[in-house]
Structures are given as structure tokens and as C-alpha cells.
Design a protein around this ligand. Structure first.
Ligand SMILES: O=P(O)(O)OC[C@H]1O[C@](O)(CO)[C@@H](O)[C@@H]1O
Length: 444
């Protein structure tokens, strides 16, 4: 990935960061880079995620999915980091043929469904829509205890049993060394993969956690890892030489100058899920000690017609991160004899999308609103691996600059305990606090 931070400079944007400030910040980037390299070398918790391109074994993942390689549909049961990485990869690569086939399989059009919520009507609809006898189950939980995932898995198993389909023949488990899900995999002798040690869920897209779905779909796992490895090679002690650090340092600097919101706006429908993955990465990693930038999900060109008004004319508290793709399939716009629309007939949808992006970027710059451009050559395995790795490295760098503990998420635990207490899963004072809610009801 390449990054262009020109429209975030104080000479054109407010809030903005001056070149001199970036040069001063670069000294801290050099220190942070040393810390990150040390963490990687010592395989420390969290930093280990940046070693995944060399540690993940595609052959092991392909061997585990072999029993279900011909499935028509893949139902992934997981939540947060145990779903969003896999969904980002699967959704981005849907319909994309591998960059280099070699000994690898071609994409076979497997339908991918992600069960990452427990809304009963939605779960029932999803299950009813699937040909269960042709569906494989990919259940993922690092801890093996997450209530949403385990409950959904029990519901899915029950649906398979009711349909007379043996779920034990069709299930792959990815989890930690121990825990209820590991016990279950062992009890039923299910093919299983391990969530790598030292890798928090939101940083695990480039491990079995994110790559089982890609393997079942026949995507090029090696190219994903090669793209990530190339990004890893670009990590260096200066933000001016490393796109990932340029992004992490610029977002940090802008946040400190008032851009507390980061609206991530890919100009590619296939990258819409990427913005969701990014939101978890940024929010859970950096949102602590009363610090952190709020990630917002947007999509170009669609959200030009719903959110752009705010981004250009609302409070000066936002950074817009654009994602652009240089090359991809295109479709011409048919000619028309309506005079006012004639200009469209000389163009393609791709040209229109590119023009929409350039116009939007320029419109924000003209209004002095900070924005950053992240450029991909294409949406394929190699570029996607680079994007995921680059954003993880950007986040780790930002965490060093904020001086927060990037790899923990203690604030999420409170509601987990309260939920468990409410369902009778133990005595938790958090559950009692639920009953103490302050009310000021306004009724019709
Ligand atoms: O993989 P697990 O343990 O099921 O956790 C799922 C998600 O829940 C969290 O622990 C908290 O929401 C995330 O960090 C994680 O990605």
C-alpha cells in the first residue's frame, strides 16, 4: 500500500500537521520502531502479530480444510477479531481469481456467510437460506468461551442435526490450546487449527483465524502472506520511508490537533468490510486511558450522498481516510440520446467512480478538511495482505505514540460479565448495576 498524507498538512488543512511537526514526531517514530522490532524479535504478546507473514503455514490451513474443500457454502461462526478478518478477506476477494495459480486451487465461488451476531430472527434467516448438507462450518474463538459464538455454534449444530446432517463431518475449529471449544473439538475429533500464541483476535487476520475461509474459497494464501511480508519489509525508523508508519503517525498527530474521528471511506464495494475490520482494530487497540480516535465506516461513492455534507461543512473534528484501487474490472456506460447525459456515454463506471473520488478528495481539500489517501494497485490477495498488515503496523505504531496498551481490551469485559450474570452464569456485581439504570422515560 502507498499512503499520501499531503492533504493532512497544516499548509492545506485545519486541523493539520506541519511538516516540521512531523519531522519532530519522526524521532519518536524511530524509538517506537525500535520497540516494535524488539517486541517482534522477542515474540512478545501483540508484537508477535507482525511476525505472522513468516509464521503462518498455508499448507497446514489447507490440510485442515481439505475434508470440506468442496463445500458449496461456508458458515463462519465467530465475532469481532474471530470474524472480521475472515469476512474482510472473503468479501474483498469474492470473484477474484488468484494472482498466480501455480499449484494453488482456483476460486470456486463458495458462498460465505458470517454468523457474528445473535439476533434470533437474523440467525434463523441465515440458517434457512443455506443448503446445510452442502455447507461447512468454520467455528472460531480465540478464548473458546465467547457467549455469542458458543451459543450460535450450539444453534447451528442443532439445525444441522434437525436436518439430518452430521455436523461433525463438516466442522473445522480454530481456537486456543484449551477451553470449551478446544474440548469440544477433541471430543468429536474435529479438524482443528490453533490461534497463534501472542496474537490478539483483531490482529489475527493473517493466521488460520482469517485464512480458513480464504482457503475453503480457494484463494491464494501464499500471495496474501507475500503481500504482508512486503509490507513488513517496508517497516523502518522513519515515517517518511514507511507507508504504514506514515499513516499511524499522521492519524495520531491529527487526533492530537482535534481530528478525533477517523472516517474510513474505501472507493470499492469489495472493501466495505475492511472498514468494519479497521473499526475494531482502531477502537479496541487505541481506545483507552481516555485517548483514541473514533473510527467511522463510510463507503465511496455511496456515502458522498449521505455523510459528505458533514465531513466538509460540519465540525472540524474529522480525518477522512480514502482507500483507492488503481486497477480492476470495468463496465462501460451505454450511450444515450439524452443530451444532458451524453457525457456519461463516453465513460465507464470505473471512470465515474475514480472521478467521484478525485472530486470528493479535492472538495475536502478545498474546504481545508484533512484527508489521507491509501492506494492499492488492485483488490487481490497480495495487495490485501499488504493492506491488512500495513494497517496493523500503523495501529501498533500509533499505540506506541499514544503510550497505551494496544493489545488489551479490558473495557469490553464489564458488559461480558454483566451479560453472563443476567443469564444466570454466575454472580457478577456488574449484572446488579444493570438494574440501577437511571430512567427518564418519555412515553406516547
Ligand atoms: O475470539 P474470541 O475469544 O471469541 O473473542 C472475540 C472478540 O471478543 C473480544 O475479546 C472482545 O470483544 C475481541 O477482542 C475479540 O476479537
Amino acid at each position: 500500500m502507498d499512503v499520501d498524507i499531503g492533504n493532512a498538512l497544516a499548509s492545506v488543512a485545519s486541523p493539520g500537521v506541519s511538516r516540521a511537526s512531523l519531522e519532530r514526531l519522526d524521532e519518536r517514530v524511530a524509538d517506537a520502531h525500535e520497540r516494535i522490532e524488539r517486541g517482534m524479535a522477542n515474540r512478545e504478546h501483540g508484537y508477535e502479530a507482525l511476525n505472522l507473514p513468516e509464521r503462518t503455514d498455508p499448507d497446514e490451513i489447507r490440510a485442515a480444510v481439505d475434508p470440506v474443500a468442496d463445500a458449496e457454502a461456508l458458515l463462519t461462526v465467530g465475532i469481532g477479531g474471530s470474524s472480521l478478518g475472515a469476512a474482510t478477506i472473503a468479501n474483498a476477494l469474492e470473484g477474484v481469481e488468484p494472482r498466480s495459480t501455480g499449484s494453488r486451487t482456483e476460486s470456486d465461488g463458495t458462498e460465505t456467510v458470517f454468523l457474528d451476531n445473535v439476533d434470533p430472527a437474523w440467525v434463523s434467516r441465515k440458517l434457512a437460506s443455506l443448503p446445510l448438507e452442502e455447507t461447512a462450518i468454520n467455528v472460531v474463538s480465540r478464548s473458546g468461551t465467547t457467549a455469542e459464538t458458543l451459543a450460535n455454534f450450539l444453534v447451528v449444530r442443532d439445525a444441522f442435526e434437525s436436518a439430518g446432517v452430521d455436523w461433525t463431518e463438516r466442522t473445522i475449529v480454530t481456537t486456543g490450546d484449551s477451553g470449551p471449544l478446544r474440548d469440544l473439538a477433541d471430543r468429536h475429533d474435529l479438524p482443528s487449527l490453533k490461534v497463534p500464541d501472542g496474537v490478539p483476535g483483531r490482529f489475527s487476520a493473517l493466521s488460520a483465524v482469517g485464512m480458513v475461509a480464504a482457503a475453503v474459497c480457494g484463494h491464494d494464501l501464499e500471495a496474501l502472506l507475500e503481500g504482508a511480508a512486503a509490507e513488513r519489509e517496508s517497516l523502518s525508523g522513519s515515517l517518511f520511508e514507511c507507508p504504514a508508519y506514515a499513516y499511524g503517525a499522521t492519524t495520531y498527530a491529527l487526533d492530537g490537533r482535534g481530528a478525533g474521528t477517523n472516517a474510513v471511506m474505501p472507493y470499492a464495494e469489495s472493501l466495505e468490510t475492511f472498514a468494519e475490520w479497521f473499526a475494531q482494530l482502531w477502537a479496541e487497540s487505541l481506545g483507552k486511558d481516555e485517548l483514541g480516535q473514533t473510527p467511522v465506516r463510510a463507503l465511496g461513492a455511496t456515502d458522498q450522498h449521505s455523510q459528505l455534507q458533514l465531513y466538509r461543512a460540519g465540525p472540524r473534528d474529522k480525518l477522512v481516510t480514502f482507500l483507492t484501487v488503481d486497477d480492476g474490472p470495468d463496465r462501460s456506460i451505454p450511450e444515450t440520446d439524452v443530451d444532458d447525459l451524453a457525457y456519461l456515454g463516453d465513460s465507464t463506471l470505473g471512470e465515474l467512480l475514480a472521478a467521484e473520488f478525485e472530486a470528493t478528495e479535492a472538495s475536502l481539500a478545498a474546504a481545508g478538511r484533512p484527508n489521507v489517501r491509501v492506494e492499492l494497485e488492485a483488490v487481490d490477495e497480495y495487495e490485501l495482505g499488504g493492506l491488512l498488515y500495513g494497517m496493523e503496523a500503523a495501529c501498533v505504531l500509533a499505540g506506541e505514540l499514544y503510550r497505551v496498551n494496544t493489545f488489551e481490551q479490558p473495557a469490553v469485559e464489564w458488559a461480558k460479565k454483566a451479560t453472563r450474570g443476567l443469564l444466570g452464569g454466575g454472580e457478577f456485581e456488574e449484572a446488579e448495576a444493570v438494574a440501577e439504570k437511571t430512567e427518564l422515560r418519555v412515553e406516547r
